[in-house]
Each structure stands twice: as structure tokens, then as C-alpha cells.
Write a protein that binds this ligand. Structure first.
Ligand code: MN
Length: 155
């Protein structure tokens, strides 16, 4: 069992993540306002942080950098969740300090697998080819929104 902090502004995703994690025997705690996330993480002492990237107020990338800069939290594995699959996203997310990310809409199997990997090896870099797979269905033309962002709704 692991303590997992979820930072996500979308209620449906919070429910999905919490249900999935609880089903795997973990103890999830959710924060909806990223301005309170760092303090919540300090108090909760999570084994893993899962954060949305598209967050109001403090973006997921900013939050990842804040966690990495925090003395108590610097080594906690971070998994980012993002609704967009633009080129350069993975680089920005990894450069900020996250070990892994999954794209929305969430694949339940991939979500569970990534959580398991991060808890097992503490967030060592994983050359699994996630990015290539994620970008694979992007059209060569490149126009318009990404494949995982129907209607442009911010999740
Ligand atoms: Mn969001």
C-alpha cells in the first residue's frame, strides 16, 4: 500500500484516479486547488504524486518544480497527467522533474502500470517508449488540436 497524492481540478478524473488506486490497495488523497498542493504534500508525505498539468493558478509544471525544490519532497516520484500531446511536452514535463506521464484520456491499464513502476523503482527513468506510442496517432499535417482533446475542453 502506498500513499498517493493526486492534484487534479477535474472531479471526474479525481474519482477515477481515487477508485483505481484504492482498488489496487493504495491510499489516495486528492487536492483540487494547486495553490494548496505543496503544503498538502508536505503534510501527507506521499510515496507518489500524480499531478494534472493543466491546472488553474499554479500549473502542473510549476508544481513539479516546486516539489523538486522542496527539501522534504525532492525525491518523491511524480507522475504527470496531461490532456495534450504536443511535441515537446514530454521534454518539458521531464525537465521539470517528473519521472513519468500519461496522456488523457486515461488508459486504465497504462495508469496502473505506470503507478506500479514508479512505486517499485522509485522513479528511475523508464525507456519504455511511452512518448513514441503517445505521438503515434498524431497526424503528419499537424493542424488542429491533439488527438486526445475533443472539443478543446479543459480537463
Ligand atoms: Mn485540468
Amino acid at each position: 500500500m502506498a500513499r498517493i497524492l493526486i492534484v487534479e481540478d477535474n472531479a471526474l478524473n479525481i474519482k477515477l484516479f481515487c477508485d483505481l488506486l484504492a482498488a489496487h490497495g493504495h491510499e489516495p488523497e486528492a487536492v483540487t486547488d494547486s495553490r494548496t498542493a505543496l503544503e498538502a504534500a508536505r503534510n501527507f508525505s506521499p510515496d507518489l504524486v500524480i499531478t494534472d498539468i493543466q491546472l488553474p493558478h499554479v500549473s502542473g509544471l510549476e508544481l513539479i518544480r516546486m516539489i523538486r525544490a522542496d527539501e522534504k519532497l525532492a525525491r518523491v516520484p511524480i507522475m504527470a497527467v496531461t490532456a495534450y500531446s504536443a511535441h515537446g511536452d514530454e521534454e518539458r514535463i521531464r525537465a521539470a522533474g517528473a519521472q513519468a506521464y500519461v496522456s488523457k484520456p486515461i488508459s486504465v491499464a497504462r495508469f496502473a502500470q505506470t503507478v506500479g513502476d514508479l512505486l517499485k523503482d522509485g522513479g528511475a527513468d523508464d525507456p519504455s517508449g511511452e512518448a513514441q506510442e503517445s505521438w503515434a496517432n498524431e497526424s503528419a499535417g499537424g493542424g488542429g488540436g491533439g488527438p486526445s482533446e475533443p472539443g478543446g475542453e479543459e480537463l
